[in-house]
Design a protein around this ligand. Sequence first.
Ligand SMILES: Cc1cc2nc3c(=O)[nH]c(=O)nc-3n(C[C@H](O)[C@H](O)[C@H](O)COP(=O)(O)OP(=O)(O)OC[C@H]3O[C@@H](n4cnc5c(N)ncnc54)[C@H](O)[C@@H]3O)c2cc1C
Length: 198
Amino acid sequence: MIYDLIIIGGGASGMSAAITLGSAKEKFEWASNKKILIIDSGTSDVKAASFWNAPGIYVGKDGKELMDDMHKQLDQYQSIDKSHDFVVNLEKQEDVYLVKTESNSYISKIVIVATGLQKFNIDTSLISPSVHNRIARKGKMMLENDNGFIAKNLYVSGVAAGHQTMFAIASGDGVRIACEILEEWGGNFFVPHDVSKK
Ligand SMILES: Cc1cc2nc3c(=O)[nH]c(=O)nc-3n(C[C@H](O)[C@H](O)[C@H](O)COP(=O)(O)OP(=O)(O)OC[C@H]3O[C@@H](n4cnc5c(N)ncnc54)[C@H](O)[C@@H]3O)c2cc1C
């Protein structure tokens, strides 16, 4: 099977992209058949945090609870595949990407890399890691990109794109990249909105 999109990394940014795309799959006929997979190794920085300043999130929420909530949110859109695994290799072969994990191999037309800033362990010549210069702590990294684009159909989002390390920024960037992909698929400007019934 060829996936339309694989998201590597399921922290704030990757999960936010996946939730947006899951919502769009239910709302737009042209998106409904898109095959999407999110692969995550489970070490999101969200799990180390306690959130007192993240807009819209209740004061003092534990990061692990927030991650659980994002998984529940994504699970309402059952058409997104999830895999707990570690991506070890990324290659391009003609028009598709080959994503190799510790236990499987996948093919995808589009890839979003949302692997955070701790380490970049994927063996690939497609991506150039560099020093993350928007964080005081030394030794953190980002992936060279132009406003989220690395190459055709290869995106980076969240703190791996070099953004400031705040939940809302990483999450919002995942949503932004998801909307860019929706525009490409739908051929117009599309945002998946739900409307108040009150
Ligand atoms: C201690 C601490 C406290 C914080 N406090 C706050 C706060 O109070 N307010 C606030 O707004 N922000 C806070 N943050 C920042 C916030 O957590 C981050 O900005 C946010 O998590 C970044 O999201 P991300 O998706 O870019 O990266 P992450 O959430 O780190 O997600 C990256 C994901 O990629 C996965 N991954 C990496 N490599 C691979 C691979 N090869 N294969 C598969 N998966 C992979 C990881 O397992 C991880 O789940 C805090 C962070 C820390 C560490």
